[in-house]
Structures are given as C-alpha cells and as structure tokens.
Design a protein around this ligand. Structure first.
Ligand code: AMP
Ligand code: MG
Length: 192
C-alpha cells in the first residue's frame, strides 16, 4: 500500500524523481507526474491502464505559468480564466513544444487547469514543472474523492498519496475551448 501523508515536500521529491503520486484537488484526486517528462508521464498511462489516445490535463498554479506552455491565448479564454481560475474549469489551448506529445496524444492543443484546492496549489508552487494528472483510478473505475479511495485502487502501484481530505466537488472539471467567438464545451463537469 502507498504512504498516505500531508507532507507536501515528500510529494515534491517523488515528482522530481520522475515518480507518480496521488494528490487532492477540489474535483477529484489526481494521479500526477512531471508533465514535461515523457518518461514520467508514460507511467500514468501504465498505472491507470489508460489508452494512449486519451489526452491528459496539465495542472499549474498561475496564468503566467499557463502562458509558458500555451501559444496565443484568445481574449475570451483569458476572460474565462479570470473568472473561473483557480477552480474546476479546464481550458483547451494551442500548445507549444514544451508539452510532450505523449501528454496530448499527439494533438497540437493542451488542456490546462489551475485547481483551487490549497494543498494542490501548495504542491504546484513548489515545482518548476507543471503536473500532468488524470483522476487517480484505473481506467473505467469511479474517480476517487479521498486518499483512502486512491489507496484502495492504486496503492499497490504508487508509493505516495497526499491527503488533503475529501474533495469538495467530487466531479471532474468542465472542459471548454474558445473557437473564435464561440465557447465549445467538451465536457460538462464541476463548473456549471
Ligand atoms: P481526465 O481523464 O478527467 O483527466 O480528463 C481528460 C480529458 O480531457 C480527456 O479524456 C479529453 O476528453 C479531455 N482533453 C484533454 N486534452 C484535450 C485536448 N487537447 N483537446 C480536447 N480535449 C482534451
Ligand atoms: Mg477519470
């Protein structure tokens, strides 16, 4: 079983070593890897049994960080970011070459989000890379909302889970893309 802890520095060390961790967000618990390191990201697909054609969401802590990985963010997307970040909104943006193709399943867009959970933000602020993170469950299983749920499903495959209590929302983020004047909703989720 994995070590369950609230010590963020332990998670930082694992992530710097290219290992996966479980961590809390306001939507569900995530299974995180260094989003700039393909050798780390590939472990997410293996551990979850997730098909490689299903792209991952990149998590970070500020709009300045998002701008390091996205090209020309449309004005309307910036307006959405201003209102809904940090929080359960994911924006699909044109990506630059810093984001590995593995993260986006070869797409030239990347899904990005700034979570509002205080432990998630604390973790992200201590890293010099963003986190690729889907929900911390095997492909096809229910998304976990507590550290114990993560441990029950993936505890034999990861060594550390950050415990930030139970998730407020318990539903995945809403995913949108700004296309010209239109906002296209790819997934309805925790932001209505
Ligand atoms: P999750 O499994 O909750 O982490 O959500 C990831 C989902 O985000 C994927 O299954 C896609 O539906 C969506 N997604 C991720 N990246 C993109 C992208 N570049 N364009 C469109 N949808 C994306
Ligand atoms: Mg999921």
């Amino acid at each position: 079983m994995a070590e369950i802890t609230s010590d963020v520095s332990k998670a930082v060390n694992h992530l710097r070593n290219g290992d996966l961790i479980g961590f809390p967000t306001e939507t569900v618990y995530g299974l995180a890897a260094n989003g700039l390191n393909p050798d780390a990201v590939v472990k997410i697909f293996k551990v979850k049994n997730r098909p490689s054609f299903d792209p991952l969401i990149i998590h970070t802590y500020s709009l300045t960080e998002v701008e390091k990985y996205a090209k020309k963010i449309p004005k309307k997307a910036l307006q959405l970011a201003e209102v809904f970040w940090p929080g359960p909104l994911t924006l699909v943006l044109d990506k630059n070459q810093l984001i590995p193709d593995l993260v986006t399943s070869g797409l030239d867009t990347v899904a990005m989000r700034i979570p509002i959970h205080s432990m998630a933000l604390k973790l992200l602020q201590q890293l010099d890379f963003p986190l690729a993170a889907p929900s911390a469950n095997s492909f096809g299983y229910v998304s976990p909302t507590t550290a114990d749920h993560v441990n029950a499903n993936l505890g034999d495959r990861i060594s550390l889970i950050l415990d930030g209590g139970s998730c407020d929302i318990g539903l995945e983020s809403t995913i949108v893309r700004v296309d010209g004047d239109n906002v296209v909703i790819f997934r309805l989720g925790g932001k209505t």
